[in-house]
Structure formats: C-alpha cells, structure tokens
Design a binder for this molecule. Structure first.
Ligand code: ATP
Ligand code: MG
Length: 332
C-alpha cells in the first residue's frame, strides 16, 4: 500500500483554501492509503510564532482535522515536533540542498520581498524540512495545494541526490496529489493573492466562521462597476468570486450568474448574497463539529499521543536505516 503524507502549519485557523486545496483529500485518501497527517509546528517557527499561540493553534488544527472527517483509526495524526527524528533527517538532507536553488524558490523570494533583512535561515531551508517530513515515512503521495508544487519538486531532487550519492535506491520520489487533476489555488477575497492563514483574516473564509462573518467578508470582496459588453473577459477579482461560487454552489446557480454576466445584467450584490448563503451551508456542518470538539480536550490529547507513537515508530525505522547508509553507526 502506498504511503501518503501531508501537513498544515499551526499559524491560524483552517480556511477554505486549506480545505479544498489539500485537506479534503486527506479524508478521501485515508481508506485507500497508509496516511500520515501532521500539524507542522516546526514550520510555524519560521514566522516566529509565540509559544502560547503555537500551542493553541496546534490544538486547533488537530481539532479541525477531526472535524473535517480525518479518522484517527484510519490515519496517523501527529504533531511534527513530537517526532524529533524529522529534525535529524532535515539535517542530513541539508547536505543535499543547494543554497542557490533554495534562494530561487518562489515562496522564499516572496517572503524576502515582504520581510527583507528579517529573513531567517529557517525560511530559506523550509523546503528541506518539508522534504524531511515526507521522506521520514517514505511517502509516495502528497496531497497539497498549488503553492507547494515547487517544494515538492525540490523534495524529489533531494531524495534523488541522496540515493545517487550513497548509491542506494532508498527513498522513493514523492508526487503531489489532487485526484489526477492539477493542484488547486483558492484565491483570497482581496482579489490579490491566495487565501492564507497568516494574512489579516479578511481575505480568508475560515471553516469556523459563522454566517455573519461569512456574509461580511463576501460583501467586502472587491468587485468592479460591472461588464459593459456581452461576453467580456472577467477581471481577476470577478473571476475569483465565480471560482468560489463554483466550489460551493450548484451548477444551476453558477450558470445563472454566468449568463447574467455575459448579458451584462449581473448584480454583484445579489451574487454575493447567494454566495454567502451557499458558503454558509457548505461550511456549517464542519463548523458545528469544530465547536463540539473544542469541548473535548481529552479526546484531542489522546489522538495526539497515539499518533505520535505510531509516527515515531515509522520515523525511527527510517532514521536507523539512513544512519546506516550514511555511515553514522560506527562504534555504537
Ligand atoms: P500560512 O499563511 O501560515 O503559510 P497557509 O494558509 O498558506 O498558511 P499552509 O499551512 O502553509 O497554509 O498550507 C497547508 C496546506 O494548504 C498546503 O497543502 C497548501 O498547499 C494548502 N493551501 C494553503 N493555501 C491554499 C490555497 N489558497 N489554495 C489551495 N491550497 C492551499
Ligand atoms: Mg503557506
């Protein structure tokens, strides 16, 4: 059976992008693969999350995994830092990552643009830690959103270089997974970037958002003055609203507004009201489960404990084998 791995950073609440881009596949895959889903708390440190917030968010992400339907009986759910073997593999893989390629990474360049000189080395080597996350369980399939595509290619490179250098066929090369379709990028409501947890919170729809919050955010989404000619090409912010509608509304609803757009009779206010209503319906069952689980800390702790035990057993096996390959087991 093939192995699946994916994770989410505890940097805030899960949003529709995390769900549709990655986590929805966690649930679909859990009955057919050997699945590992983790909460990426080491990764969260790259953006300097304070301790209390990190703990709270880690718990939250675990709750949200359970709320969307990840089943701890079928998949191994764990907190990344409970498996310190990942940090050791990260160290080994750093020897196979070139400074130049890390600097060329799109997400890194983006962060440099935003953070300038406050950039830390952890951000530069983020793709190496991600490769360690995947290779520690020798995962084959990685359900992720489009923003992770380049990181995944890098993980393949590091694995290949390791195999080549030590003349072994040890690591299999992982591939990004989205049901045979191209990876998804759910846009933010600001019409600019993708939905992100660590942005200001206005452009992302969180799985825990209530009806009023959803309506407020969707009403605030950027639109224009409307089309002036039939079948006009949609500007990006309008394209984004249609994209979200396609995700949560029926085909008839989408077709109705497409037609209205194409014959210039569209009223964005009506479209937003409809989208907010459908979005709320889509999210409500998840939101209710999140709220239920928040009251069951004992269950959440048990899932984390059991998951860590299983994940560590797998990681320890890999690390022992890797140490043997590298030649680090002399005089032991
Ligand atoms: P942060 O802003 O802290 O980086 P994030 O929203 O980008 O948070 P991550 O924890 O970095 O979330 O990513 C978790 C998973 O969600 C990854 O598989 C990533 O590809 C996916 N993902 C994140 N945002 C989107 C999005 N807007 N559309 C599709 N997939 C997404
Ligand atoms: Mg991210």
């Amino acid at each position: 059976m093939e192995t699946v791995l994916s994770g989410i950073r505890p940097t805030g609440k899960l949003h529709l992008g995390n769900y549709l881009g990655a986590a929805i596949n966690f649930v679909k895959m859990q009955s057919h693969y050997n699945c590992y889903y983790f909460i990426a708390d080491y990764h969260a440190l790259t953006t300097h999350t304070k301790a209390a917030l990190l703990q709270e968010s880690s718990m939250n992400v675990l709750i949200e995994y359970l709320a969307i339907g990840v089943d701890p009986e079928k998949a191994t759910i764990y907190i990344q830092s409970h498996v310190p073997e990942i940090a050791e593999l990260y160290l080994f893989l750093n020897m196979f990552a070139y400074k130049g390629e890390l600097e060329k990474c799109v997400t890194f360049k983006e962060k440099v643009r935003k953070a300038g000189q406050t950039m830390n080395a952890g951000l530069l080597t983020y793709p190496v830690l991600m490769a360690a996350d995947i290779l520690i369980h020798k995962a084959n399939q990685v359900p992720v959103g489009e923003d992770q595509m380049q990181h995944l290619e890098m993980a393949r490179n590091f694995a290949q270089r390791f195999n080549h250098y030590y003349e072994v066929d040890y690591f299999s090369l992982p591939t990004a997974f989205n049901n045979g379709e191209s990876l998804l990028r759910v846009p933010g409501l600001d019409g600019l970037g993708k939905m992100s947890k660590s942005d200001d919170g206005k452009s992302a729809i969180f799985l825990v958002d209530d009806e009023a919050a959803i309506l407020k955010k969707i009403k605030g989404a950027k639109t224009d003055a409307g089309p002036t000619e039939p079948h006009q090409i949609k500007p990006i912010e309008i394209e984004n609203i249609f994209f979200l509608m396609k995700m949560v509304s029926t085909t008839e609803t989408v077709d109705f507004f497409e037609e209205a757009y194409n014959n210039c009779s569209i009223r964005y206010g009506d479209m937003k009201m409809q989208l907010a209503k459908d979005m709320n319906q889509y999210i409500a069952p998840i939101r209710e489960k999140i709220l239920d689980l928040q009251a069951n800390e004992a269950l959440v702790r048990k899932v984390a404990r059991d998951g860590a035990e299983k994940a560590r057993a797998s990681a320890q096996k890999t690390i022992k084998e890797v140490r043997d390959i590298i030649g680090l087991n002399s005089l032991r």
